[in-house]
Design a protein around this ligand. Structure first.
Ligand SMILES: NC(=O)c1ccc[n+]([C@@H]2O[C@H](COP(=O)([O-])OP(=O)(O)OC[C@H]3O[C@@H](n4cnc5c(N)ncnc54)[C@H](OP(=O)(O)O)[C@@H]3O)[C@@H](O)[C@H]2O)c1
Length: 224
């Protein structure tokens, strides 16, 4: 049984991951800014408050957590400013900073906090749900702030993979697919359950030999 910490677990992909890990018998620490009614009373799930953009909130969460952590899933994310406000012509710079705080800095903040707990596990796994939009190879001129925030977290986790290998912690970046959530919208191709199932299989396959990979939700390598 693995101990799995998930951020942004009150809705969307994070909620689906929390339910699916609990259903297969793992111990789930489901974190979110607002605790989820959907997870109340679910066997195997403990809920904790956590705002990944707040140093105080991360510190308080880490303080409350005892023992090794097998899997951290940095899932919390935001789209940033309105589409029209994150273009070449117009940029909401405060909104861009918010996107960086949640999507780029948040994952590292939580990873820093749980570094020792991950190192204490037989094979710690630090996973970040990024996006294909963070790939430098994808030429879609849209959502400058969101794309930049995901490209940044890709680089951060690539570096962390190098630093953490000797501690026995493996790092993985995952594009979850286009998923029907508040962020992905109703036209998206995947259900949260399909995406979560693929993500879990990819995490199961992660080893220290494959640390630092960027994969699609179905396990195929993603281009940088
Ligand atoms: N859906 C897609 O098609 C798609 C595609 C590519 C990548 N992704 C990525 O997949 C991840 C999950 O997305 P989703 O589609 O499930 O989005 P979602 O339905 O909008 O859910 C986002 C989650 O992130 C949480 N969150 C936002 N800011 C937070 C903060 N400061 N601290 C803690 N939690 C915070 C939200 O909590 P609140 O309820 O408190 O706001 C919510 O639980 C994100 O990283 C996203 O960028 C999604």
């Amino acid at each position: 049984m693995a101990k799995v910490v998930i951020t942004g677990a009150n809705r969307g992909i994070g909620l689906a991951l929390a339910k699916a890990y609990a259903a297969r018998g793992d111990e789930v620490i489901a974190t979110s800014r607002t605790l989820s009614d959907a997870l109340a009373g679910v066997a195997g799930v403990t809920q904790h408050a956590l705002d990944v953009s707040s140093a105080d909130s991360v510190a308080a969460f880490v303080e409350s957590l005892a023992g090794p952590v097998d899997i951290l899933i940095n899932n919390a994310g935001i789209s940033g400013p309105e589409r029209a406000q994150q273009t070449l012509a117009e940029m909401d710079y405060d909104g861009w900073a918010d996107a960086f705080a949640v999507n780029s800095m948040g994952p590292l903040r939580v990873l820093q906090g749980l570094r020792a707990q991950l190192a204490a596990a037989p094979l710690g796994k630090a996973v970040t749900i990024t996006s294909q939009l963070g790939a430098l190879s994808l030429d879609w001129p849209m959502s400058y702030a969101y794309c930049a925030s995901k490209a940044a977290v890709n680089k951060v986790m690539r570096l962390a993979a190098l630093d953490l290998k000797d501690e026995g912690t493996a790092v993985l970046l995952l594009h979850p697919g286009w998923v029907r959530t508040d962020m992905g919208g109703s036209e998206a191709t995947l259900s949260v359950e399909e995406s979560a199932g693929g993500i879990m299989a990819a995490i199961d396959g992660l080893t220290l030999e494959t640390t630092g990979a960027f994969l699609n939700w179905d396990g195929r390598p993603h281009e940088w």
